[in-house]
Design a protein around this ligand. Structure first.
Ligand code: ZN
Length: 302
């Protein structure tokens, strides 16, 4: 059994606490239900106000929105907010439309992260040799460029599903030790699946990167879901898409592999909102676990 597999550890996601404040000149809204900021300004809301979470808001026509003082882009009345692994818990959303405005202080759900040890990696995958540094730097640039555009589509408002079914073998946020050496936290969710298993687009989008041989990621595909929401799929065996392809939810984009820094076939799915790294497990509905096989019928009594 490959060593990268580790026990999934799910934290119970606590209910979000939303506090409403009144300030001079700002309309007061009180929110009876936690996690619900429906108001004059918000028609619908999905997602989790949590570290690692992504929240999609459907705004009433003409509403403008800012997060901590920064205006957020809106397309087709939708906007999206994301929170990184260690995002500060106090966040402030402000809505305006004409003369009306509302300020909504939000307290994110705090996460705690586990420690994951991965041993048995080739030493060059833990500390890359000098000769590989130029290649790693160039690939870093390529990745940043592929996530830099502001594609004005609201594909992120489509419900996300799991790109592959399988057992979760690594969770978001874990502090990682490779062959005993501390490295960056793990920002993806690992789903164990046999090599060659089809990987499908979890939501619609456009392919902004399709590289078969990245140093750490191996086969790597990025899908841009609009307004800086990007999915990344790593360690792919084969790629079915090219840069520029527009994909629908469920389209086959690649197959599962064990390329790059990997010790066994699995899909590592990551999500970004600009520079913030999101937890796909908070974005996708349900669980990626395949249904358990039906239990065998009772043997007939003699
Ligand atoms: Zn991973």
């Amino acid at each position: 059994m490959p060593k990268y597999r580790c026990k999934p550890s799910w934290r119970k996601i606590k209910m979000l606490k939303v506090v409403s404040l009144a300030a001079f000149g700002i309309a007061m809204f009180s929110y009876a239900q936690a996690a619900d900021i429906s108001s004059d300004f918000v028609k619908s809301q999905s997602g989790k106000f949590s570290q690692g979470g992504m929240v999609v808001l459907q705004l009433t026509k003409g509403t403008k929105v800012s997060l901590n003082g920064e205006a957020l882009p809106v397309v087709d009345n939708y906007t999206v907010l994301g929170f990184g692994r260690d995002a500060k818990l106090a966040q402030n959303i402000r809505f305006t439309r004409g003369q009306k405005s509302a300020q909504v202080p939000i307290t994110l759900t705090k996460r705690s992260y586990n420690i994951q040890r991965i041993d048995g990696l080739p030493p060059t995958m833990v500390t890359p040799p000098e000769a590989a540094l130029a290649r790693i730097l160039a690939q870093g640039k390529l990745k940043r460029a592929a996530r830099a555009g502001l594609r004005r589509e609201a594909d992120f408002s489509h419900p996300f599903s799991w790109p592959v079914k399988g057992r979760i073998s690594g969770v978001y946020g874990s502090q990682r030790f490779y062959n005993g050496e501390a490295r960056r936290p793990h920002f993806g969710i690992d789903i164990a699946a046999p090599r060659g298993t089809k990987v499908v687009a979890p939501a619609p989008g456009q392919v902004t990167l399709a590289e078969p041989d990245m140093y750490f990621e191996g086969g790597l595909v990025f899908i841009d879901h609009g307004l800086k929401v990007t999915s990344a799929f790593m360690h792919l065996d084969s790629l079915n898409v090219e840069v520029g392809d527009v994909v629908a939810a469920g389209d086959v984009i690649a197959t599962v592999g064990s390329t790059g820094r990997s010790t066994g076939p699995h899909l590592d799915w990551r999500m970004f909102w600009g520079g913030a790294r999101l937890d796909p497990a908070l974005v996708a509905a349900g669980s990626p676990s395949p249904p358990s096989p039906p239990s065998p019928p009772n043997p007939p009594r003699p």
